[in-house]
Ligand binder design. Structure first.
Ligand code: C2E
Ligand code: MG
Ligand code: MG
Length: 659
């Protein structure tokens, strides 16, 4: 305060508050002395405290208009008498900016040199004028300018600009240290010199690399699939965003190809071999994909058995075909997992940007639709075409309504069994019939079992449906038997039905209810059901076999074609899938499989015989039985009964009573 007690030259914050002055610069002269006398005693305590605080720092800045650095020359002394208060006024010595820094530094030297925080001061020309002990220890001697501090050369310019504007900045930056570049939390503060425009920069920096590593790890985890170590869906979305954004702002033609990949029969493998084996298979697939794609594209795992590959800059039909073939070839050799030889077959949907989709969502949806078609057609890969989206969304809707309708199908007797004869190669007589399920949908007409059995499995309706088929087919067999047509009946068993654990019980129940003899029943299972816990499978098959039931391995050749199964389990019949007759390339193998079946003492049945050339060839090769449209399509019970009567009797008189 000045000697007249009319102007408050300096006070700390508490002091300004005490006098009720908000705007320091605008403080008008007033009679402080008389104001003091008017105040209550209790308020004086606050005032003493405020003045006491003042004794701590001995250099400061006057909070007046010039913000001049100053040294406190005289500290305040207040003497309080009973009714008089004597205040000794604080006086300042105004300092130059340079000597202020010097004094301040020396005062704080002890604390500055005992901290790990790097503290540096740069002058207006960005030259280093002060550094503390931590800085000497951690930063190289070559750090002499502000620019030398930063690993990123462009950082210093931007930061200086920003400090000039804002006065104070805090950033995460990599600093050049003696141990290489290292992340720091850096605070920069503008210190304006009294002399004019030039300003110094006070830098304090704390090493944040540990925190940075943790953050990077968290980021990695968030973008990485923990099982396969491939980048995950989040990483894919980020990359696609970058691609679509970058591409659309550049002048050259923006394009990329996207593969949507899904493994065939993965669910079966996972369910029957267990999740650990499923995981192992996924890791194998990831490795093969990485290897096949190499530097050409980026591979992601979206979850489950779904993968995506993005080929940046590659959108030509030929190039993408080559990549797809390459991936399929990479998957071709068998994988050995959980003591099993497995074939990995992916289906790939291919879509290009921007030709096939204008947005990320659209590209992914379209690749997914193409993948479904590849799966349905077993073609390995399939390019998207506009027609697909409609049929894809139709098929999703279709599936949903089928799921609902399936519940009423059983209650309203919409399920029906058709029968297809099997023909003996010896004398072309009928050697048995196969029961094939049909769903006579009230609106959609006849629905193929291939369309609804999987839905029934996934919605857990299969057990009830399977039980019904067992009993209905055996009852029919018994009816034919009673009418003099004694023919074995083959019944298909679904994977879930087989693994439920109650198959033996259901079969015995159906035998009892129908009165059918066990040796007149042949249960058809497929290879994929034989994967996994072999003890339980062995036990189930053994029990069925010892009941006198015959066991057939259906669709042989479409799955893993593992010959070991044929010896390991008590199988009686080997049914070779119709694909062997339809596919020229595979028909060569047919002869080998026929021979092998014979050697193992199995009855070999060829499926899908459609013409006399095929039939003759199979007969000449020693096949046991034939089944196919050439002899008869699957027929409803009345028609098959007529067929059987015709084939088995010369006399047609018993027709009506058998159906
Ligand atoms: P599958 O057991 O291999 O049955 C043979 C399939 O081949 C039948 O199809 C039959 O109609 C068809 N087929 C027979 N001969 C020929 C031919 O010469 N050429 C051609 N192109 N096809 C022929 P369907 O009836 O559509 O049955 C398909 C599959 O559905 C069956 O294959 C079987 O796996 C399954 N299935 C049928 N009924 C049942 C059932 O009651 N329960 C279970 N779980 N699955 C069933
Ligand atoms: Mg079958
Ligand atoms: Mg079959």
């Amino acid at each position: 305060m000045d000697q007249n007690f009319t102007t408050l030259l300096w006070a700390n914050d508490a002091g300004w508050r005490f006098w009720g002055i908000d705007n320091h610069d605008a403080a008008n002269p007033r009679d402080f002395m008389s104001e003091l006398n008017l105040r209550k005693k209790s308020e004086w305590r606050g005032f003493f405290k405020a003045l006491d605080d003042l004794n701590e720092p001995t250099v400061t800045r006057c909070p007046n208009r010039t913000s001049q650095p100053a040294e406190v020359v005289t500290t305040v002394r207040v003497e309080s008498q009973i009714d008089t208060h004597q205040i000794e006024v604080v006086t300042f010595r105004v300092l130059s900016e340079e000597s202020f820094t010097k004094i301040e530094t020396s005062i704080e030297a002890t604390s500055l040199n005992n901290t790990d925080t790097l503290i540096l001061l740069f002058d207006g020309k960005n030259n280093l004028t002060y550094r503390n002990a931590a800085t000497i220890r951690d930063l190289p001697e070559s750090t002499v300018t502000f620019q030398d501090l930063f690993n990123d050369p462009s950082a210093s310019e931007l930061l200086l600009k920003s400090i000039r504007k804002k006065g104070e900045v805090q950033v995460e930056q990599e600093l050049n240290t003696r141990h290489g570049s290292c992340w720091h939390t850096v605070s920069l503060k503008k210190i304006v010199a009294s002399t004019g425009n030039e300003f110094s920069v006070l830098v304090t920096a704390n090493n944040s690399s540990r925190w940075h590593v943790a953050e990077q790890r968290a980021k990695d985890l968030a973008q990485k699939d923990s099982l396969t170590s491939l980048p995950n869906r989040a990483a894919m979305s980020a990359f696609l965003r970058e691609l679509t954004h970058r591409k659309s702002s550049e002048s050259y033609k923006a394009e990329f190809g996207l593969f949507f990949l899904d493994l065939d029969r993965f669910k079966i493998i996972n369910d029957s071999l267990g999740h650990a084996a499923g995981d192992e298979l996924l890791i194998e697939v990831a490795n093969r994909l990485r290897h096949s794609v190499g530097e050409m594209g980026n591979v992601y795992r979206l979850g489950g058995d779904e993968f995506v590959v993005i080929f940046d800059g590659l959108a030509g039909y030929d190039e993408l075909t080559e990549q797809a073939e390459n991936i399929l070839n990479g998957m071709d050799k068998p994988a050995y997992i959980a003591d099993q030889k497995l074939r990995i077959r992916p289906s790939i949907g291919i879509c290009t940007y921007p030709a096939d989709g204008k947005s990320i969502t659209e590209v992914l949806e379209h690749a997914d639709a193409a993948m479904y078609l590849a799966k349905a057609e077993r073609s390995g890969y399939c390019f998207f075409d506009a027609q697909m989206t409609k049929s894809h969304s139709d098929s999703s809707k279709n599936r949903l309504s089928l799921e609902n309708d399936l519940i009423t199908a059983m209650e309203e007797n919409q399920l029906e069994i058709y029968y297809q004869p099997k023909i003996s190669c010896q004398d072309l007589s009928v050697s048995g019939v196969e029961a094939l399920l049909r769903w006579n949908h009230p609106e959609r007409g006849m629905i193929s079992p291939e369309e609804f059995i999987r839905i029934a499995e996934e919605t857990n309706h299969i057990s009830a449906i399977g039980r019904w088929v067992l009993e209905a087919a055996m009852t029919q067999q018994r009816k034919w038997h009673d009418a003099g047509l004694t023919l074995p009946i083959a019944i298909n068993i679904s994977a879930q039905q087989f693994h439920n654990g109650d198959l033996v019980e259901h079969v015995s129940g159906a035998l009892k209810a129908s009165g059918c003899e066990p040796d007149m029943v042949e249960l058809e299972i497929t290879e994929s059901m034989l994967l996994g816990d072999t003890d339980q499978i062995q036990a189930t098959l053994q029990q069925l076999s010892s009941m006198g039931i015959m066991l057939a391995l259906d669709d042989f050749g479409t799955g893993f074609s593992n010959l070991a199964y044929l010896q390991k389990y008590p199988l009686d019949v080997l049914k070779i899938d119709r694909i062997f007759l339809a596919d020229q390339k595979r028909s060569m193998l047919m002869g080998t499989i026929l021979n092998m079946g014979k050697v193992l003492g199995l009855t070999v049945v060829a499926e899908g015989v459609e013409n006399s050339v095929q039939a003759d060839w199979l007969i000449s090769r020693g096949c046991d039985q034939l089944q196919g449209f050439y002899f008869s399509k699957p027929l409803p019970v009345e028609e098959i009964t007529l067929y059987l009567m015709d084939k088995c009797f010369n006399d047609n008189s018993a027709t009506r009573s058998a159906a």
